[in-house]
Every structure is written in structure tokens, then in C-alpha cells.
Design a protein around this ligand. Structure first.
Ligand code: AMP
Ligand code: ZN
Length: 488
């Protein structure tokens, strides 16, 4: 198999990808917290994971992809008061419960409504569904099990029904984010105050939290009624589905405790993924994730797109403005996944224009002949681009080089169809649908051919207009008339 290079946040450099098994790859992606419509910033991160998965599949790997659904425990604090490790953690709210109270629904109803919407949004962006979407609320026993293991191994402690991870016991803390123990000490110096009496140290984080009596989402545990912390959810579900840490793991690796790739957005690096590493590695005694990949933020006016900033757009906002959602997919491909991307409606418009031009070109190729064989030269260059840390901007440059080349159109079409296995822009579907020339248009073309042969140019021009009225442009070439579907 060809070499693939990925930038690993762990170590912060581009590395050759070496899978744990020869032909299959396990990927864990942090999924959404389901209490509202996801925004296109969230989707940018999921699109990056989709490209990763498509590139691996293109290279011949069998990919097993796990994307969790956070339906409890991802607490939200006021960033103004919460500090680097949530000094305001006690005041944090569970957004799903909060939304349920606002809407007069149960948290389960809220979670299932927004899970469905999330899956629909992924679908319209051609994001290939994960093999499994495990829900946090359905894996409470695994989280309790992992928490027990951490207590037994001395990496955690209980304080009045809440279990904290004892960060200072994990010497490797900070290896992903750079927030090492000494740095954290300085960062937290200011907030090491009496508000956090439950913790031995401000740096510690909760694995399991004691539930207040009026809380609706809570479970029995050896430590009383409570609910899991957000980070333990991803440790438990990634270990369960991608290793055999739990006996019924569905994707058992020969090296049982390893996971190939873990993805997320850049804000997941700290504290979420740093804490996940601490938990998973302390529990298993081994390095767990080999490659950490993080997508850069989608920005608006230079600021992270985020609900609390009030600058979010959703897929339905794009549709309301009559955009093809795949124009957003195209837009994300124009920038490397690790770079931040500033979203504007103008840039989306430009992406849509480019995509429509591509559809139009391709429809022209397909309307006029057979789709033949993939051009191996271009394919090699394309694989080199995407295997180089998923360089989609370079891949798009190749797409347009190909369009401008003098390659036979059948070969162009076949090559673009092949590229679309990675790009996911519906190229074949759109072109084939558009290229189905209606019988009446075919008849008009024949009549025009006759008129042309007879030298009746005014009749020929009249027919050209008639054909245009039916949505096709006729181009006269040395090989005869060629049709182009007019894509609006
Ligand atoms: P959340 O539902 O808040 O946990 O976010 C779901 C995913 O979206 C996480 O992987 C985040 O890193 C990612 N994310 C959130 N905001 C943005 C943004 N503006 N740009 C890119 N990714 C984001
Ligand atoms: Zn996660």
C-alpha cells in the first residue's frame, strides 16, 4: 500500500501512518453533544474525519469508524468564571437537561431529536456514516468499570460521592497539549482556592459526579447516584469499540489495547483529549491512541464559530439561502484541514460557483460519450496529494488541471469519478442525471444536423435557441455538435 502521512498532534509533526493491523484501521471521532442543531463549524471537523476515512479506504484499508453521541455529562460552564480547569465547575449545567426543561421534554427526547438531526446533516454533506454511533447513556456500566479500575490502581480518589482523577499521579500528563504538570501548576495557581474544596488539587477532574437529588439523568454506582464526566465517556467508548479492553469489543486488534486514529476539533485537544489519554493510559498501562488528528476551527470574522458567540450557521441556514450544502463541503476542501477557515457567504458562493462549473464540465463530457478509463498519471498525483496529510487543496488544483488538460473527455470523466471517492461531491450522480438527454432534445439535434448539412444556417440557429430553451447549450466543434447541460 502507498505511504500515507498524517500530522500527529502528539509530537506535532507529520508522520508516516503505520496501521496496527496490515489492512484495517480503527478511527474514533468525538461526536456531538445533542441538545441543539449542530453548526457548520462542528461539521467542518466531521468533514475532515470523513476525508481521512475516505483516503484510507481509497488506499485499500478497511476502516472501522466509531463516532460517539454525547447525551449526558458534557457540562457547560461560563467561560468568564470557569478558568483553565473550570473553577466554576460546581455551577456547570448539563445542556441536555437544561434544554429539556426549557422545552418541557425529557432529556432523552431532546437527545434523540438532535441525534436524528445531526445524522441528517451529515447525510446531506455526504459524510459516510460511522459504523457505530455509541451513546454515552448506553455505556454507563463501562464508565463505572473504568472508574473502578482507576480507583484500584490509585489514579483516582473519591470525595463525597464524586470521583476525581488524580492528575499528579500521571506523569505523562500534558504530552498532547503541552499543558504539562509544571505549566498547569502555574496556570492554576491563581484559582487554587477554597471553592474547590472537594478536590485534592484544582488540576484534578471528575470521572464520576455525585448527582444532586433533583437531577433527572442519574445512575446507581458503587459511590451512590451520579453521572459520568465527559472525558471518561470517550475513554470508555473508544476502548470498548476499538480494543478488547472490554471483553465484547467489536474490533479486536491483535495488539489489543491500541487504537489507530482519534479525531476531533482543535478545542478538543485540551482538556478533553489530554484527560482521555490520562484515563485510558492509566487504566490500561499502555499508550492507547497512535495518531491524534485535530481539525482547525471554522471562524466567522476571525472568531471561532460557537453557539455562545452567537455566530453559528447550520445546514438549514445554508438551504434557506438556497445553497447546495455540498458547496460547503467543497469550501472545506479548499483549505487544509489543520488550518483555520474563515467562513463568509461570499466564499460559500465562490465555492458553489466552482462546484457548478465542475458539474457543468463533467456533464458535458458524459453527454458526449462513454466514460472510459482512469488516467493513471493524474491518479498517481491525486493519491500523492491526499496521502500527504490529506492535502485537499492540492487535490482540487489537480481536478482543475485535469479539466483544462486536453485529455479525451471519457478519460476525464472516469478520472473525476474516481477522485470523487475521496472528494464526495456527488460528481457521478449529478453528471449522469444531467447528461440524460431527453428524446425531444435528441430529435432537435438531429434536425439541426440536417439543417447544417443543407447549409440552412438560420434554421440551425433557430434550433440552437430551441435546444437552449430545453436546458442544453450546443457547441459546434470539428467533431460535430456537442451538448452541455446548463447548470443554474
Ligand atoms: P461539541 O458538540 O461542542 O462537543 O462539538 C462537536 C465537535 O465540533 C468537536 O469535535 C469540536 O471540536 C468541533 N467544533 C466545535 N466548534 C468548532 C468550530 N468552530 N470549528 C471546527 N470544529 C468545531
Ligand atoms: Zn470525545
Amino acid at each position: 500500500m502507498a505511504d500515507i502521512f498524517l500530522t500527529n498532534t502528539l509530537g506535532k509533526k507529520k508522520e508516516k501512518f503505520v496501521p496496527i493491523n496490515s489492512d484495517k484501521v480503527g478511527i474514533y471521532s468525538c461526536g456531538p453533544t445533542v441538545y441543539r442543531d449542530i453548526h457548520i463549524g462542528n461539521l467542518r471537523t466531521y468533514l475532515s474525519a470523513d476525508i481521512l476515512k475516505r483516503v484510507l479506504t481509497y488506499n485499500g484499508y478497511k476502516v472501522y469508524h466509531v463516532k460517539n453521541i454525547t447525551d449526558v455529562g458534557h457540562m457547560r460552564t461560563d467561560p468568564a468564571t470557569s478558568g483553565p480547569r473550570g473553577a466554576g465547575e460546581e455551577a456547570a449545567i448539563d445542556p441536555i437537561i437544561d434544554e429539556a426543561l426549557k422545552q418541557g421534554k425529557t432529556p432523552q427526547e431532546v437527545a434523540s431529536e438532535y441525534t436524528k438531526k445531526f445524522l441528517d446533516d451529515e447525510k446531506v454533506l455526504n459524510i459516510i456514516p460511522a459504523n457505530v454511533f455509541p451513546k454515552a447513556t448506553e455505556h454507563i456500566s463501562e464508565m463505572i468499570e473504568l472508574t473502578k479500575q482507576l480507583l484500584e490502581k490509585g489514579f483516582a480518589y473519591e470525595t463525597r460521592g464524586t470521583i476525581y482523577f488524580d492528575v499528579k499521579r500521571f506523569a505523562d500528563y500534558g504530552k498532547l497539549s503541552g499543558n504539562t504538570l509544571d505549566k498547569m501548576d502555574k496556570l492554576l495557581g491563581a484559582v487554587r482556592v477554597a471553592t474547590e474544596t472537594d478536590k485534592k488539587d484544582s488540576i484534578d477532574f471528575a470521572l464520576w459526579k455525585k448527582a444532586q437529588n433533583d437531577r433527572s439523568l442519574k445512575w446507581d454506582s458503587p459511590w451512590g447516584e451520579g453521572f459520568p464526566g465527559w472525558h471518561i465517556e470517550c475513554s470508555a467508548m473508544s476502548l470498548k469499540y476499538l480494543t478488547d479492553a472490554f471483553k465484547d469489543g467489536e474490533f479486536n486488534h491483535e495488539q489489543s489495547r491500541r487504537i489507530d486514529i482519534h479525531t476531533g476539533g482543535e478545542d478538543n485537544i485540551f482538556p478533553h483529549h489530554e484527560d482521555e489519554i490520562a484515563q485510558s493510559e492509566a487504566a490500561t498501562g499502555e499508550k492507547v491512541v497512535n495518531y491524534w488528528l485535530h481539525a482547525g476551527f471554522l471562524l466567522v470574522d476571525g472568531k471561532k464559530m460557537a453557539r455562545r458567540e452567537g455566530n453559528v450557521y447550520t445546514v438549514s441556514d445554508l438551504v434557506k439561502k438556497s445553497f447546495n450544502p455540498l458547496a460547503f463541503r467543497y469550501l472545506t476542501l479548499t483549505t487544509h484541514y489543520r488550518s483555520r477557515l474563515n467562513f463568509t457567504w461570499d466564499s460559500l458562493k465562490a465555492a458553489e460557483t466552482a462546484l457548478n462549473n465542475l458539474y457543468r464540465e463533467l456533464t458535458g463530457y458524459v453527454t458526449n460519450g462513454e466514460v472510459t478509463s482512469v488516467n493513471s498519471d493524474f491518479e498517481k498525483k491525486f493519491v500523492d496529494a491526499v496521502n500527504n496529510d490529506l492535502d485537499t487543496p492540492a487535490a482540487l488544483t489537480l481536478v482543475w488541471d485535469l479539466v483544462r488538460s486536453n485529455m479525451p473527455v471519457g478519460e476525464k470523466a472516469a478520472t473525476l469519478y474516481k477522485f470523487d471517492e475521496v472528494l464526495g461531491l456527488d460528481l457521478e450522480k449529478v453528471a449522469e442525471e444531467a447528461a440524460e438527454v431527453p428524446e425531444e432534445v435528441k430529435k432537435l439535434i438531429e434536425q439541426r444536423e440536417e439543417a447544417w448539412k443543407k447549409g440552412d444556417f438560420s434554421e440551425s440557429d433557430k434550433l440552437r435557441n430551441e435546444i437552449k430553451g430545453k436546458g442544453y447549450e450546443v457547441v459546434d466543434t470539428p467533431e460535430g455538435q456537442k451538448l452541455k447541460k446548463v447548470v443554474s
